[in-house]
Design a protein. Sequence first.
Length: 277
Amino acid sequence: MTVSLDRVSVPMEEPRAKPVGRPKKKAPKRPIARAFRMAYCGTVTLHDEDGEAIHTIRYGTMPQGDPQSLCMGMSDDVTTILAQRPDLLVVLLCDGAKEMWNLLDAEFTGAPFDTHKYVVRRLIDFWHVVEKLAPAARVLVGDALAKPLLARWRTLLRNASSARLTILGELRASGREFVRVGDDEPVHEAITYLDNNVERLDYAAARRANLPIGSGSVEATCKSLVNMRMKRPGARWKTRTGEHVIQLRALALSDRWDGAMDIVLKLPAVRIHAVAA
């Protein structure tokens, strides 16, 4: 079972200051601006014994929403599933953004995940790591030879638990750690990235256990939950109405619509009191 978290931009409607002086003819009475802000998407995905995804529960919240509550909802669902299948492994899988890991760790390091009863592993999405190493490869060997070097690093990461140390050694031995490309230092940044994620880069062990190493489920959720509905030409959203749309789409895309509607539309219980004649 993988748990992932990511962000995606949403066009938001925000008030804009009125220009000073007399308004122009047909000027809007309520000026607005269209600004892109970052919403959150989350997934809990069940996988078969070969690591293939078989079902995904999707979650989302608007830029001004509460990502902590989103993660709490994912944690509650994972706990419910584990109560029925305590043998399942849990893999936290997302990109290397510190904010994403802080949010996930806040919900998946306490009870019941702090006991030996459940196994929780952490992995950074494989392709985000490759993307981080690509600029460093170009600095080391130039554009013409960067592709073969990156391919070798990818193979190492997939097949050797010592790959992180091997790549770190090559980066440090290059003597090009502080070579600048524009405003960046790609080799130094790659070294820092590998140093800061010691426990999240053992893809060889994950593959031996038939665990997924890519966060495709949450990236697909960003597209299906948000992009396809909320980024239509000229679209703009307010937090309240956008939150309603995201929550309803999450239910529909997670095959939870019927169950949710049964709860929402259920008639309240009516108390009947007998009256003495």
